[in-house]
Design a protein around this ligand. Sequence first.
Ligand code: PLP
Length: 470
Amino acid sequence: MNNLTILSESFEKIKEYLKNNEDSNIPIVKFKTPSELKEIINFKVDKIGVSEHEFLDLIDNYLEYSVKTGNKQFMNQLYSGFNFPAFIGEIFTVLANTSMYTYEVAPVATTIETEMIRLMNSYSGYSNGDGIFVTGGSNANLIAMFSARNKAVPESRFEGYDCNLKLTAFVNEQAHYSFETAANVLGIGAKHVIKVKSDENGKMIPTELEKEIKASLNRKEKPFFVAATCATTLLGAYDPIDKMSRICKKYNLWLHADGSFGGSLILSDKHRYLMNGIEKTDSFAWNPHKLMNIPLICSVLLVKKRGTLQHNITDINTDYIFHDIDKIEDLGKKSIQCGRRVDAVKLWFAWKYFGLEGYQKRMDNLINMAKYAEQKVQKHENLKMVATRQSFAVCFRYVPNFKTDLNAFNLALREAMRKNGKSIVNYGYIGKTLTIRLVTVNGALSTQDMDVFFENLLTTADKLECKMYS
Ligand SMILES: Cc1ncc(COP(=O)(O)O)c(C=O)c1O
């Protein structure tokens, strides 16, 4: 096999792929069932390696049947779009393959990660802060809870956690499921994550938080951790951090901000007020792989107090790797991983390329696009908002002209859209009401893209209505 031929052919395929990303006539997905896919692609690894030609075919197959998440009509998940400078950063990260544990093997990447943490802390207001790149928002939440557990029960690091202590954590009833997973992993137990009531807009009600903390104390439990969500997964609601921080101070509890979805809004002078009080939190999960459009994974846990992360690590028998010869702190001493991917470089390339101002504008544009989508819903007689828009999520549904089960109709509508592949959007439930959730997360979206989305949705709904009515 000639690697140079493969490389230049691959380059052509990348160019073609990127051109298609811009084309709204090319479907975002060529939907195949799992068995159909197995018919098309030989997934088995054979004894003898493939030829150059077959290798190139594998690339074609992979790209052809993968979901085109770079297309602006991909509005299904909390990541979307194509970020050119970050893509370049990713390619060169892989080319200069290394691990983030020591300065010795990653001098430039270590300095870049350190600078990214410093920059991000300048927004969070952690003047003596620290942080580490982790493998996703769920894991950032896990490390935050882990840090809080080690502060509340320091002996658990070596002795193990005594579950008779009954540590309790408090989150918005609409918080992400990763908090239960974290409690499970840490031996605290998922049932000790207490769900606090939210208001009609999905924000945690502070008086309810205090009520739950008091009830937990009355049950002789040990409250230790509270999470404020900065944009809940479905509604995009921002919990009132400032008010929550007063309660946490009163009861001496760790306050974490889960900004896995909406944390990047902190970059916007205009909308940062939604995160007022962030500097009073103890930790903050910020996911550049969502609103900043950095290719997955790019996720950071920031902590207010330097030394917190090192305190989590059980650094026994590490002298084979940390030689302490370069007079710089090796980042591996702050991570629960040993080998760790370089995720800071793609973020650095993108931030350098767009500049601080460029990213601020991208955030403001996302909110403007969500507002525009909300107005489109409000203006159309068959579209109805299901909840008031809080930030980047627009929750609505289609109401046909004839009487029907609206949950079933909207589920069918969403499925029809997914299968025809022109615009892809997700759905969820608010109580028992199924809602279509449109999210504006791709910084490059324009009003024309939003118009295309609604045109596709309305055409599909119309066809479905005709089919059901006739
Ligand atoms: C509010 C919130 N927290 C945490 C997560 C988990 O982040 P990740 O997918 O990076 O693990 C998500 C993901 O959608 C989220 O919306």
